[in-house]
Write a protein that binds this ligand. Structure first.
Ligand code: 5GP
Ligand code: ZN
Length: 116
């Protein structure tokens, strides 16, 4: 399912180019256009889900697959052992700007805690 005018659905269907680093039946991942770390990849479900609040019980396998993707990407980028962070922002106060859920995978530098 894709939503008109969704930026990440457009990346999914090839309308907008992206540096894709991982693909599975349920998810794809591409490098963030405005990377905040040496590795900054966005993992998205092929299914359009606007926010975490819209995740349904039937989506549990798909959501799990985002983390499998993150693990693979961390291994590919050689950051698995040093460590990396996964973040999913929900709605405005958390800083969500694209309303197709995405798991940020960030690493390759020391990450601060707590995030701003
Ligand atoms: P959010 O703030 O919603 O959690 O994260 C959205 C992310 O999408 C941001 O880190 C932003 O840099 C990234 N982004 C926005 N537009 C594009 C785009 O056209 N291509 C790519 N690769 N990343 C994008
Ligand atoms: Zn979408």
């Amino acid at each position: 399912m894709s939503e008109e005018n969704c930026l990440f659905c457009k990346i999914l269907n090839g309308e907008i180019p992206a540096d894709i680093v991982y693909e599975s039946d349920t998810a794809i991942a591409f490098r963030d256009i405005n990377a905040k770390a040496p590795t900054h990849v966005l993992v998205i479900p092929r299914k359009h889900i606007s926010t975490m609040n819209d995740i349904e019980v039937d989506d549990e396998t798909v959501i799990g697959s985002l983390y499998t993707a993150a693990r693979e990407i961390a291994a590919q980028d050689g950051i698995a052992e040093d460590g990396y962070r996964t973040v999913m922002n929900c709605n405005e106060s958390a800083g969500q700007t694209v309303f197709h859920i995405h798991l940020h995978v960030m690493g390759g530098r020391q990450m601060a805690w707590p995030p701003g």
